[in-house]
Write a protein that binds this ligand. Structure first.
Ligand SMILES: Cc1cc2nc3c(=O)[nH]c(=O)nc-3n(C[C@H](O)[C@H](O)[C@H](O)COP(=O)(O)OP(=O)(O)OC[C@H]3O[C@@H](n4cnc5c(N)ncnc54)[C@H](O)[C@@H]3O)c2cc1C
Length: 572
């Protein structure tokens, strides 16, 4: 299915909205010059448009399946994966000493956005490996790094993450998988993990599982969890995969969408594993992978939103129904005000989500390159917003894309329904939207609101800058900023924990909407307040962002209302 990577949009965003040049100015990322960035974006676009997009439908029609204990992937996925690996895309942001390119994470996110828009099911595979690479770089000892990283970076081996168990979903601390020391530096891992994305495949030489398990006598909850690297085949010292480890994919899930990605139940039966990081500190170690994956999942939502928008626009330009209300109209449904409203909403919200996601990525890179605590706090605050709003945008825009298609939207042959089915899980895995919101109002406000208020001050500055050229939009944005200042204060000063949690999701959404207004107004200012970006900012701020006000009222309602009906009354 045709997909056009948004290369020009990304270049504009990097240059005028999220300040990519600040990365090039650091020693670590000095090589990421405008020329190199342009070359990477256009090569990644080629991969997405020419290699990955044609695989998307096959992944839906021919789901990954389990045959005699072996996972068989959809037609063309092996070749698509090879193209990703051979292009060096998996190790774009990995350290050069083990074969990576050492480029900013921001560029890896751009590649992931394009790959997700082209073929979400396949793109999830390298995303898992990238998270594992980052976790091993940060926490594994040198022997493990030297053995595993070159293989993961080259794509010869794939990585997975294993947290979930039947009784341990959002509550990872409830996991029961066990690890016992073998006495030779290795551990025997036993237990069942479920929902493991790309738990196996038929194109990589080895699959490396990062598995959370509990050592004997470890404390209850998340404080007693350790992290282990458990390969499918035990490698020798030269990295040649040898004997099969004691683990098995016992089944694959039948899902709403994302059929091309095998979602596995894996049984570990005394499998040999190596401890990564310290004993009982596994959650901390895994968080490196999870934070990487959260931004990756945000980019998944964004990629699908862009792809679904493109398809909806193409349909709206072709389908003719009714008389055009415009004197110089095209005669197609794109002329109708309500269809145009949907298309503008889709384009504007996608642009807002994109800016939030890349600002988060730049903050991560700047924190790494400069050691700035301020940037690290900014990245930590923005990550749950990016994850939740990015994935929710994928779902909402894909839903609107179906609406623009009318009845054809629910006919599978058009391919538009696949976007909604595929992207639906992104608001669930890597921490549901609800868990992201609780993280935002819990841990991420635990600094007394410092990171939140720093961002809000920046939003206020953008409003001030726009006062002369776009006074109405500046006033709307300033009102959003003030509303968030007040509600953040309420969260910090007045609210009991469960009152905060009851308002967490609307608070996160309001923050995302106002951040979106800030970035879109910056883009409008960059083109002098006149032109298509200014029109988009105008529509977004006046028609989408204004929803912050009722959302913030809802956020301050506290928990009483949501408990207004008892479980029995809910059923009544
Ligand atoms: C296709 C797919 C791929 C996946 N890939 C992986 C993978 O590769 N590796 C892996 O380890 N896992 C994976 N998962 C698991 C995924 O991360 C979990 O499904 C997710 O974390 C939610 O857990 P759960 O399904 O048990 O839902 P639950 O935790 O049961 O949540 C149900 C609902 O309750 C809410 N909820 C739960 N606890 C709280 C709370 N304390 N406060 C407020 N609300 C709460 C949730 O937000 C949600 O709305 C995958 C899942 C799917 C469907």
């Amino acid at each position: 299915m045709a997909y056009t990577a948004p290369v020009n949009e990304l270049k504009f965003l990097f240059d005028h909205v999220v300040g990519f040049s600040r990365l090039t100015a650091t020693e670590r990322f000095a090589e990421a010059t405008p020329d190199l960035v342009a070359a990477i974006l256009s090569e990644a676009a080629k991969l997405a448009e020419e290699v990955l997009a044609p695989l998307n439908r096959a992944g839906d029609l021919h789901p990954a399946r389990l045959e005699d204990g072996v996972v068989r992937t959809p037609p063309g996925f092996a070749e698509g994966y090879r193209a990703i690996a051979e292009g060096g895309w998996i190790g774009l942001a990995a350290a050069p000493e083990h074969g990576g390119m050492g480029l900013p994470q921001t560029l890896a996110v751009a590649v992931n956005e394009m790959a997700s828009g082209a073929c979400l099911a396949l793109s999830l595979n390298p995303l898992m490996s990238q998270g594992q690479i980052e976790a091993l770089e940060a926490h594994a000892d040198e022997a493990i790094r030297a053995l595993y990283l070159p293989k993961l970076i080259s794509g010869e081996w794939c990585g997975t993450m294993n947290l979930t168990e039947p009784q341990a979903g959002s509550d990872v601390g409830a996991l029961r998988s066990r690890a016992v020391a073998n006495g030779d530096g290795t551990y025997a891992i036993s237990g069942q993990k479920i929902f493991i994305s790309w738990g196996d495949n038929d194109f990589a030489e080895n699959i490396c599982h990062l598995v959370l398990a509990r050592l004997p006598g470890a404390p209850e909850g998340t404080r007693g969890i350790s992290l282990f690297l458990v390969p499918k085949y035990l490698p020798d010292a030269e990295g040649r995969p040898g004997a099969a480890n004691s683990l098995q994919v016992v089944s694959l899930e039948h899902k709403l969408g994302l059929h091309g990605s095998p979602t596995a139940v894996i049984e570990y039966d005394g499998a040999t594993g190596w401890l990564i990081g310290e004993e009982n500190r596994g959650m901390r170690t895994m968080f490196t992978m999870m934070n990487n994956a959260r931004l990756g999942v945000a980019a998944e939502g964004l990629g699908v939103a862009e792809a679904a928008f493109q398809k909806a626009l193409a349909h709206a330009l072709e389908r003719r129904q009714g008389r055009s209300p415009l004197p110089e109209g095209t005669g197609a449904i794109v002329d109708h005000a309500d269809v145009r409203r949907m298309l503008m909403t889709m384009k504007a919200q996608t642009a807002a989500a994109r800016a939030i996601i890349y600002d988060t990525a730049v903050a991560i890179d700047l924190a790494r390159a400069t050691g700035s605590d301020e940037m690290a706090a900014r990245a930590a605050f923005l990550t749950p917003i990016a994850k939740s709003f990015g994935s929710e945008t994928g779902v909402e825009v894909a839903g609107l894309a179906i609406q623009v298609h009318g009845g054809m939207g629910v006919i599978e042959e058009t391919g538009i329904a696949q976007y909604l089915r595929d992207v639906r899980v992104t608001t669930i895995y890597e921490g549901t939207s609800g868990i992201q919101a609780m993280d935002l109002v819990g841990r991420k406000l635990a600094d007394g609101g410092a990171a939140a208020f720093a961002l809000l001050a920046e939003i206020g500055q953008t409003a001030a800058l726009a006062e002369a050229s776009m006074p109405d939009l500046a006033a709307f944005l300033a009102a959003g900023e003030q509303g968030l200042v007040a509600t953040t204060g309420w969260m910090l000063e007045n609210a009991a924990p469960n009152d905060r949690f009851a308002g967490a999701a609307p608070y996160l959404r309001a923050f995302a909407l106002v951040l979106g207004g800030h970035y879109l107004l910056k883009a409008a200012l960059a083109e002098g307040g006149q032109g298509p970006r200014s029109q988009l900012a105008r529509f977004y701020i006046r028609q989408s962002m204004i929803a912050h006000d009722p959302l913030l009222s809802q956020a301050r309602e506290g928990a009483r209302g949501v408990y207004g009906l008892s479980p029995e009354e809910l059923a009544g």
